[in-house]
Design a protein around this ligand. Structure first.
Ligand SMILES: Cc1cc2nc3c(=O)[nH]c(=O)nc-3n(C[C@H](O)[C@H](O)[C@H](O)COP(=O)(O)OP(=O)(O)OC[C@H]3O[C@@H](n4cnc5c(N)ncnc54)[C@H](O)[C@@H]3O)c2cc1C
Length: 499
């Protein structure tokens, strides 16, 4: 491991305007190829920069500087999601602020949206912009540097990562295929939905992997409601495949959102149920990760809302008109959502020959180091941490990703100081499922005992995890201001986004 070097002040020779590109993360499975990027990238903004040297944003890194390692230890974190952004902020506040290491965050988008909010964006009960944060601003506030780019390859011998080229809307290549050297690399690129090779999923089903997916879903929902209002006067039919937390939360959120959308129409308002939602699950019950009692209550709650819950049902295929179950039964749908589990992005299987499990996630030791390279760490949904004897590996949740970020934020400075790394143990603090509005249900663990909570208390606990994430990124004052601002805007605007 390179020895940490003493403080050196860094000049920021910003001579070029920072290009702003917004690569779309599209339908994910093979999102790593440069060709895919070319098809999806959108236009840039070539602002002229007239700032004086002292105004220059330290988060902006000239591309050349990234090719050559500086004198300070460089920690590169790829993926600024629930885990990666938290880690970048914590390390930036510590090592970055004291100039003990250079922290660089890479993400394929310019903004961060906490993934557990995606079902609300999809239903339209939350506008994506209200909760989106610019990586550049985060980088400036927390003293790390941000690079926009999609991880494509790792050269472990040269300790370099390769980022796919960035191409603007008009086809102009804005940034070429480029490399970035690291001393320590942390991979935190999250996961994508697992289609279990079911025919038709990629072509016909929506998924909720990122903000674009959620917005695409919302636009389609509004279009279907408009068609129902103006042409068919028939309910909108939605099938959600997967009765885990994502599927359940989406079903509940949608059922209340469509009632609100319908209240603005004439024909839709006349319908007793403007949306027909069917939730299918392969296992004999919903929410396999939660206690049976919670699953039973959720099942009853969903049925009371008019949602058809079909457990123990395997979906064999998806087509333009709905899904076909094992045994041949068909469920017609205008909109099918696939939320049946996760897997690692396909790129992980080719990244520098690192070890992956059968879900394509990187296998990491309890120190979160990958098994074949101790300078490469992985955390969050893209990783699978070897659990101590008799315990289960951490679940793919924001809660686990955040705990891993906290561990690495302590462990990596120790590594720089030549001390041994810390080992990760997952602490289950509870699991809450949001059921829309003020409703939520779940279990919390106190003093080794699981307690089921419901209603406002559960909703408050559900929000606490996000507020903690916000507090870290924005600080308590800005988080409080933002919460009040959102509360006010929710009272002055339609409860569901109608555009
Ligand atoms: C609808 C929904 C509801 C959920 N509800 C909850 C909940 O209530 N509680 C809970 O604990 N968990 C919940 N989860 C799970 C939780 O969102 C994830 O477990 C968590 O976000 C994982 O964090 P992460 O940092 O590993 O990855 P993510 O948060 O997914 O972040 C990955 C980041 O990597 C970037 N990226 C991806 N590929 C590349 C690439 N090739 N190059 C560069 N950057 C890349 C992405 O842009 C993204 O910013 C929910 C998930 C969904 C979909």
């Amino acid at each position: 491991m390179p020895t940490p070097t003493p403080f050196r002040s860094i000049a920021h020779p910003l001579t070029l305007p920072l290009p702003i590109y917004v690569p779309q993360q599209g339908h994910v499975a093979d999102s790593g190829s440069p060709g895919a990027m070319r098809n999806r990238a959108t236009a840039g903004d070539d602002r002229k920069d007239n700032r004086r040297d002292e105004d220059i944003d330290p988060s902006i890194v000239p591309a050349d500087a990234l090719k050559h390692p500086g004198p300070r230890h460089r920690i590169v974190i790829v993926g600024g999601g629930a885990g990666g952004l938290e880690l970048a902020a914590r390390l930036g506040d510590d090592l970055g602020r004291h100039e003990e290491a250079e922290i660089v965050l890479v993400d394929l988008a310019l903004t961060h949206l906490w993934k557990p909010l995606l079902h609300e964006v999809a239903a339209g009960t939350l506008g994506p912009h209200e909760n989106e944060f610019d990586y550049l601003q985060q980088a400036r506030d927390h003293r790390f540097r941000f690079q926009l780019g999609r991880l494509e390859a790792i050269d472990r011998k040269r300790k370099e990562i390769w980022l796919a080229p960035l191409v603007g809307d008009d086809g102009m290549e804005v940034a070429p295929h480029r490399s970035l050297t690291y001393d320590t690399l942390v991979i935190a690129i999250g996961a994508i939905d697992n289609d279990f090779n079911t025919p038709g999923v990629r072509e016909y089903a929506h998924s909720l992997n990122d903000k674009d997916d959620a917005q695409r879903f919302h636009r389609r929902l509004l279009a279907l409601c408009a068609r129902s209002e103006m042409v068919s006067a028939a309910p909108v039919r939605v099938v959600i495949v997967g009765g885990g937390a994502t599927g359940v939360e989406l079903a509940a959120e949608l059922s209340s959102a469509v009632d609100v959308i319908a209240s603005y129409g004439v024909e839709l308002k006349e319908l007793r149920r403007p949306v027909h939602i069917t939730l299918t699950e392969l296992a004999p019950r919903l929410l396999g990760a939660l206690p049976e009692e919670v699953a039973r209550r959720v099942h009853e709650d969903l049925e009371q809302r008019g949602i058809a819950v079909r457990v123990g049902q395997k979906v064999e295929s998806v087509d333009a008109g709905g899904v076909v179950l094992a045994g041949g039964e068909r469920i017609d749908a205008d909109l099918t959502v696939w939320a049946a589990g996760i897997q690692g992005q396909s790129i992980l299987k080719t990244l520098g020959d690192l070890e992956t499990n059968r879900l394509g996630q990187l296998i990491v030791r309890r120190t979160l180091q990958t098994t074949r390279d101790e300078d490469i760490f992985a955390m969050g949904d893209c990783s699978n941490c070897i659990a101590p004897e008799g315990t289960r590996p951490p679940p793919p949740t924001a809660q686990a990703a955040s705990q891993q970020a906290q561990l690495l934020a302590q462990s990596l400075p120790r590594r720089l100081a030549g001390k041994p790394l810390l080992e990760f143990t997952y602490h289950e603090r509870g699991s809450i499922v949001s059921l829309g509005g003020d409703e939520a249900i779940g279990k919390v663990s106190t003093r080794g005992r699981d307690v089921t909570i419901q209603g406002r208390l559960a909703r408050l606990t559900y929000w606490a995890l996000y507020r903690r994430h916000l507090n870290l990124l924005l600080g308590t004052v800005r988080t409080a201001l933002m919460t009040v601002g959102q509360w006010l805007s929710r009272r002055s605007q339609p409860r569901v986004k109608l555009h």
